[in-house]
Ligand binder design. Structure first.
Ligand SMILES: Nc1ncnc2c1ncn2[C@@H]1O[C@H](COP(=O)(O)OP(=O)(O)OP(=O)(O)O)[C@@H](O)[C@H]1O
Ligand SMILES: [Mg+2]
Length: 247
């Protein structure tokens, strides 16, 4: 079973003076994410990862192609309830405390007051959150905001967790906490699909990865398949050689 199916996805933007030029951010992209796996989405800056994730979430409309998220079209309320999303730059109301930023999202999912408190408590333990719950978001550091954004994505206990560079701005302990949370969700049968430039994190937790470049897939494999076909090579070695700039 697939949690996510992307077929021949294309997204072009009009750019330039008079918007006469078009640029293809994503071009004929196809891949599936299986239920219960951790799938890493790799690619250099500007290769189309965020555009793909925004299309999957239904925040932008693709030019062509087909996307099925948990068997539904992107943005349908039925699928939204079962998805957690962490954008590349979580937007949080500056005057809300971290606790309230989480509480509001819990209410959006119609959770009861006691259930929300239970979940915030559990997420605070998992993500090492303490001060960030009490402080207004405007006074948060980058990593504190990232923790609140991650907790927001998790508060509905999503079947499918989609994240755009979740480890961004985290210290090494934070990155380990995030990895542990992601792996714990896999143990519970959840699916995780995320983009990242931190290849060591990807290496440690992903079951499968794909690499995109100029909006199209150039490589897809399981981590097991990679270590069998390219023994002794790190993901960084492989990525660099694919980009044509081997060390
Ligand atoms: N609104 C937009 N209008 C015009 N071009 C855009 C727009 N959004 C993205 N693009 C272009 O689409 C391409 C892909 O961008 P995207 O943000 O999806 O890349 P990315 O893989 O997420 O990169 P990064 O690793 O830097 O986050 C880039 O060339 C970018 O300039
Ligand atoms: Mg991006």
């Amino acid at each position: 079973m697939n949690a996510l199916e992307i077929s021949n996805l294309k997204k072009t933007y009009k750019t330039g003076f008079l918007r006469k030029e078009t640029v293809a951010a994503v071009n004929d992209l196809s891949f599936n994410v299986r239920k219960g796996e951790i799938y890493g989405f790799l690619g250099p800056n500007g290769s189309g990862k965020t555009t793909t994730l925004m299309s999957v979430m239904g925040f932008i409309t693709p030019t062509s192609g087909k996307i099925l998220v948990l068997g539904d079209s992107p943005g349908s309320s039925k699928s939204r309830e079962r998805i957690g999303f962490l954008p590349d730059n979580p937007v949080l109301y500056p005057y809300l405390s971290g606790y309230n930023a989480l509480y509001v999202v819990g209410r959006m999912f119609l959770l009861s007051h006691s259930e929300i408190n239970k979940r915030i408590g559990a997420l605070a333990d998992e993500l090492g959150m303490d001060r960030e719950l009490r402080l207004p978001v405007a006074k948060h550091s980058r990593g504190m905001r990232q923790r609140i954004g991650f907790a927001q994505a998790l508060i509905n206990d999503p079947e499918l967790l989609i994240m755009d560079e979740p480890m961004n701005g985290l210290d090494p302990m934070g990155r380990k906490m995030f990895r542990d949370v992601i792996m714990k969700r896999r143990e519970k049968g959840k699916t995780v699909f995320f983009s990242s430039h931190i290849l060591s994190d990807i290496e440690m937790i992903c079951d499968r990865i794909c690499v995109i470049r100029d909006g199209g897939i150039i490589y897809e494999n399981t981590m097991k398949g990679i270590s069998e076909s390219r023994p002794g090579e790190t993901l960084e070695d492989i990525f660099m050689s694919m980009m044509g700039s081997g060390k």
